[in-house]
Design a protein around this ligand. Structure first.
Ligand code: AKB
Length: 316
């Protein structure tokens, strides 16, 4: 696509904040319009507009005004928050997707990105090396909405030729933006509390191994998927993507390399049941084979980079 005109809906969240930055570095600040119902977490280097992802007319106006031809739809309630208001979570996660898929079907958009999650899997899914195609019987409303959304992406691609692409993100860890409402958020909070207080109480218990990824890998993977030639994108539901897996005590051991007195406690809450229903590790061989995905960070490298960036930020 010669002239990329990108709209990121949900740009003020954990992924949006960093994705907008990555897209602007690549395609130019003026080619990426950021939009959210919330103010941005960081100063904007390009256009930002307030928008409600469920307001079709509002989204269409932005698309027309800025000549948008590509949308990244990130607005959603995540796993833990969605359980507090399942009806609203379903409404937001589904309506926003329909709006964008319909705009693409009508020819207003050439490409769409929509994130899915490891939350599409459930207790009946094989937990280790979870395959691309396997049992997916999610027990959270977030997982149900992501699984249904994957089905709709596949349907719009097959039936109407909509070029919609998707990744099943694992838990994402980054230092530039705050996570909001996920079950994997502890893996970000642990750094902030370790640096500020020297201790952290995890809402997940010991031995709770989950698939995770460092944000720079997630952003690069997202942009690489969107840049891949259409015929290389064979999975039109969503791609499994893996970084590394760990339990709370394993990330704590890595943090201790930097803060030897760091103390980790556990007080599992309702998020434990969600974590227990998800895979421990993911097989991402389809993404590797189809469009060349390869993660760069392992657990130790991620922790080193998080500490190198967050210590000066939080301690001044
Ligand atoms: C969550 O914990 O809800 C998200 C996810 C894995 O999709 N980080």
């Amino acid at each position: 696509m010669a002239d990329r005109r990108i709209l990121v809906i949900g740009s003020s969240g954990q992924i949006g904040t960093e994705l907008v930055e990555g897209l602007r570095e690549r395609f130019g600040a003026d080619h990426v319009v950021a939009s959210d119902i919330k103010e941005p977490q960081v100063e904007q280097t390009g256009p930002f507009v307030m928008a409600n992802a469920m307001d079709r007319r509002g989204i269409e106006r932005i698309i027309d005004k800025h000549g948008i031809n590509e949308v990244y739809l990130l607005a959603a309630l995540l796993s833990a928050t969605a359980e507090k208001d399942p009806a609203f979570a379903w409404q937001l996660n589904m309506e926003s997707l329909f709006i964008v898929l319909e705009l693409a079907r009508e020819g207003k958009l050439k490409k769409v990105y929509w994130p899915s999650s490891i939350a599409v899997f459930g207790p009946t899914t094989p937990k280790d090396g979870t395959p691309q195609h396997t049992i997916a019987e999610p027990t959270t409303v977030y997982g149900i909405s992501k699984l249904a959304g994957e089905g709709w992406c596949h349907y719009y691609h097959k039936r109407y030729g909509v070029d919609v692409r998707s990744i099943r993100y694992p838990g994402l860890i980054g230092w530039k933006s705050a996570p909001g409402g996920g079950t994997t958020d502890y893996a970000v909070h642990i750094f902030h509390e370790a640096i500020k207080q020297g201790r952290y109480t995890s809402f997940l218990g010991p031995g709770t191994t989950l698939p995770m990824m460092y944000m720079p890998d997630a952003i690069r993977g997202t942009i690489e998927l969107m840049e891949a030639p259409a015929d290389r994108v064979k999975e039109r539901t969503s791609y499994n993507l893996a970084g590394f897996s760990f339990a709370p005590e394993e990330i704590a051991a890595e943090v201790k390399r930097h803060i030897p007195d760091f103390v980790l406690d556990h007080a599992p809450d309702q998020r434990q049941a969600i974590a227990d229903s998800w895979p421990r590790s993911i097989d991402d061989s389809a993404a590797r084979a189809d469009w060349g995905w390869k993660p760069e960070y392992d657990l130790a490298a991620m922790v080193d980079d998080m500490m190198a960036n967050l210590v000066p930020l939080l301690r001044g």
